[in-house]
Design a protein. Structure first.
Length: 184
């Protein structure tokens, strides 16, 4: 079934994260209807406005088949929004997903693994987003190191998609929106 990828307009409360306590950023959890219009449940790039101020951002999966948006201090100030305010948002998926930034540890490992680069470069942008998301979602440094090594081994063997990774976090409960300071 094709998803409706039109623009979504909604109001949402700008929340303060519970951790870290001194965070200068805020976040918004998308309503289910707005998230359902997006092309995927995992990381998804959007263009939009917050209180009329334009931005481009990558939404994160919330583990509930929806998404959340990190609002940095610069965007919040430009949109004249304070934490706790209800803000007006308008979002739409970008026409083409941007190439993800390659983390330095993965770049070094790809350089050191014969054949891995060729497969990496032959994958789609969305596949690369998922590989990087799988690697960077590790909570422990040792797990991340193992995932980097495993990714290189899989890519070197010709595997173009990361297996056994739920980019939405729904089935594994690996992802979630930050806890609001109001809930902490």
């Amino acid at each position: 079934m094709a998803r409706n990828t039109t623009t979504s307009r909604f109001d949402a409360k700008l929340l303060r994260p519970g951790e870290p306590r001194d965070a200068s950023w805020a976040f918004v959890v998308l309503p289910a209807e707005a998230s359902a219009r997006l092309p995927r449940r995992g990381r998804t790039s959007v263009e939009g406005t917050l209180n009329g101020h334009a931005f481009t951002a990558t939404l994160e999966p919330d583990g509930q088949l929806s998404h959340w948006l990190k609002v940095d201090e610069a965007l919040r100030k430009a949109a004249r929004a304070a934490i706790g305010d209800t803000v007006a948002l308008e979002i739409a998926p970008v026409a083409e997903e941007p190439e993800p930034e390659l983390p330095p540890d993965l770049r070094r490992a790809l350089d050191d693994t014969p054949g891995a680069w060729a497969t990496w470069e032959s994958t789609t942008t969305l596949a690369r987003v998922d590989w990087i998301h799988w690697m960077t979602s590790a909570r422990q440094p040792a797990t991340r190191e193992k995932r980097v090594a495993d990714a290189c081994d899989m890519l070197a063997s010709g595997k173009r998609r990361v297996c056994c990774f739920d980019p939405s976090g729904y089935y594994s409960k690996a992802f979630g929106a930050p806890e609001s300071a109001d809930e902490a």
